[in-house]
Design a protein around this ligand. Structure first.
Ligand code: ZN
Length: 375
């Protein structure tokens, strides 16, 4: 897993696990290898096969063939032997996360795809997940937890549930190892190593964007190696090689552009406005069309609705219209912002522009009624 989920109730169990002698080392999974049918690992795989079936019909999987093919192609650049044994699922969730199940079910959340700026950053994330699979971290975790829960037999079913849930959250050492292997895989595939720490640095900027949140423990950052530590480690590894290799911003932007608006709408619903401002700035820096990014900046101000935000929204919408790539809805949004600030003449003009640009709009009748009211 690349994001950090909170499993606070399990901390006690994990601490217990640390007191038990470590289990014997586990060899890497060979490409195409399946666990012995009678092993505990086969049991884990079967459970994850069921989870995979549920995921398929969950309605949250992004089916876009081109996008899936693109992510798969990057996975195969990292390892041609292993990629064919992985099943990739793009899951529509506006948070930064990716995960790998022991049976090769890989999830990449759309919040991650929105945040990655280029192919090199995506490669690092995929390499990290692939490392969990190759190193068989799930079964390692399972065995170390079992050694603890066996001694908790008095807890019955609860011990089982705790053990199953914990398997999905890797240990700090496994995360560190996956960071390491993921980095090596992306470098070997010819990507610019300097992009790996940028993934984490952007998350830090997002976390710290809202000063008020700084002291609050965040679910996102509460477990796993501190993000600061991950940045530091990757920076040190990348320094001697930085600037060498492929960044791949154009192919990446091209692969995700059809989904950008839908993912940004999901992102806005989180109402983490300061964080989303960082995301928008990174999208602009990655080469997404300025008109579109400015439009969403305007939407952010209009939704937040703090003092002075409507004025900021108007400025953003107007520069969206001047720049390339703004959706026609920018005229409707600008009209609403003008109306709310009692600039009725300008509001009417913007609404008329919207109807001229989108004559078949579903909300045509409603917008026309606005224009009539404003006369
Ligand atoms: Zn991980």
């Amino acid at each position: 897993m690349i994001g950090a989920r909170n499993f606070a109730p399990l901390v006690a169990v994990l601490l217990l696990a640390a007191c038990v002698a470590p289990p014997p080392p586990v060899a890497d999974l060979k490409p195409g290898e399946r666990p012995d049918i009678n092993s505990d690992e086969a049991g884990l795989w079967m459970q994850m096969d069921q989870v995979e079936e549920m995921l398929k019909t969950s309605g949250h999987v992004v089916e876009d063939r081109k996008l899936n093919d693109y992510i798969r192609s990057v996975t195969c650049k990292l390892s041609a032997e292993y990629c064919q044994h992985l099943r990739l699922f793009v899951v529509q969730t506006p948070h930064f996360n990716a995960s790998m199940a022991p049976n090769g079910t890989m999830q990449v959340w759309t919040g991650t795809l929105l945040r990655a700026q280029n192919e090199a950053q995506l490669a690092y994330i995929l390499g990290h997940e692939m490392a969990h699979y190759i190193r068989r971290h799930s079964v390692q975790k399972w065995r170390s937890i079992r050694r603890t829960t066996d001694s908790m037999a008095f807890m019955g079913d609860l011990a089982q549930i705790v053990a199953m849930t914990s398997v999905l959250a890797f240990s700090r050492d496994h995360e560190r190892e996956s960071d390491d292997i993921g980095f090596d895989l992306m470098v070997k595939a010819g990507y610019d190593p300097a992009e790996a720490p940028k993934t984490w640095r952007a998350l830090l900027a997002e976390r710290d964007a809202d000063g008020e949140e700084k002291d609050k423990p965040s679910v996102f950052f509460s477990s796993h190696p501190a993000v600061e530590e991950r940045v530091e480690t990757l920076d040190a590894k990348a320094a001697p090689l930085a600037g060498q290799g492929i960044v791949g911003d154009k192919p990446y932007v091209n692969a995700v552009k059809r989904h950008r608006r839908a993912w940004l709408k999901d992102e806005m619903r989180k109402r983490d406005f300061a964080g989303t401002q960082v995301v928008l700035a990174n999208l602009a820096a990655a080469g997404h069309p300025a008109g579109d990014i400015k439009f969403f900046e305007g939407e952010l101000y209009r939704l937040r609705g703090d003092e002075g935000d409507l004025k900021e929204a108007i400025v953003a919408y107007r520069s969206a219209i001047k720049a390339k790539g703004a959706p026609v809805e920018v005229h409707r949004s600008l009209g609403l912002a003008y109306w709310k600030t009692r600039q009725n003449k300008l509001a009417r003009k913007s609404f008329s522009r919207y109807l001229a640009a989108a004559p078949k709009a579903e909300d045509r009748a409603m917008i026309q009624s606005y224009i009539d009211q404003l006369k």
